[in-house]
Ligand binder design. Structure first.
Ligand code: ADP
Ligand code: MG
Length: 238
């Protein structure tokens, strides 16, 4: 059960507090979109869940276990960033298998997981190419492939599509939705694009200045925004 709970979660950088004790329960296999203006604390929150930032207060639980002091590799999650940083000298196959190799998986196991992931993401015909020979959308799919080969319980996305042009963004949205239906993991998806959030998620979390303003289904936040800020951000009619 890959639930994710944030309990009075606080983040400070020195004297500056940027996340002020937020609470959130993400259900097993739920797709949560975390939205809000630039600087409101989305990436910081995601990075704390991933274990890439220390927690200053409160707790993060994954599957009911407090993970505050666990290193990222012990959290059974995978993160996909906006800058997908593929290894340029490796083929797609090697890029996708790299983390499994580091983890000491056998070559047979690696090959089988990479092949499965490549099928899911329609990358089979590109496995022997290098990143320079791929389009932006294909590179982003490889970045997702790198994540899914690890069979994570939880997927974390930080604005994965913001480097892509509008047409490709729409296309990739559909792919992410299909991917979620197929691998059935819990997803926390950070975006500043409310349309992306509305189309992809089961529930939307709206953050502002380190606080959560509202949590609800796309329909709820659109039809019944809790605050003027939410209405403005989501684009609800006045
Ligand atoms: P978002 O992802 O919503 O745009 P961030 O989580 O990146 O916002 O940042 C939240 C706040 O924390 C911002 O005010 C940002 O300047 C600050 N911040 C982020 N990282 C650091 C850091 N390493 N040191 C100091 N302040 C930081
Ligand atoms: Mg960010």
């Amino acid at each position: 059960m890959a639930t994710v709970s944030l309990k009075n979660l606080v983040k400070r950088y020195g004297a500056l507090e940027v996340v002020h004790g937020i609470n959130l329960e993400v259900a097993d296999r739920e797709f949560i979109a975390l939205v809000g203006p630039s600087g409101c604390g989305k990436s910081t929150t995601l990075r704390m869940i991933a274990g890439l930032e220390d927690v200053s207060g409160g707790a993060i639980e994954i599957g009911g276990t407090v993970v505050n002091d666990l290193p990222p590799r012990s959290r059974n999650l995978a993160m996909v960033f906006q800058s997908y940083a593929l290894y340029p000298h490796m083929t797609v196959r090697e890029n996708m298998g790299f983390s499994l190799k580091i983890a000491g998986q056998s070559p047979t196991e690696i090959a089988s997981r990479v092949d499965d992931a490549a099928k899911t993401l329609d990358l089979t015909h590109l496995l022997d190419r290098r990143p320079a020979q791929l389009s932006g959308g294909q590179r982003q799919r490889v970045a997702m492939g790198r994540a899914i080969v690890r069979n994570p319980d939880v997927f974390l996305f930080d604005e994965p599509l913001s480097n892509l042009d509008a047409k490709l963004r729409t296309q990739m949205r559909t792919e992410i939705k299909k991917l979620h239906a197929k691998v059935n993991s819990t997803v926390v998806y950070v975006t500043h694009d409310q349309v992306e959030a509305m189309t992809l998620s089961d529930r939307i979390v709206i953050m502002r200045d380190g606080y959560i303003e509202q949590v609800g289904t796309p329909d709820e936040v659109f039809k019944r925004p809790a605050t003027r800020f939410v209405a403005g951000f989501i684009g609800s009619p006045p």
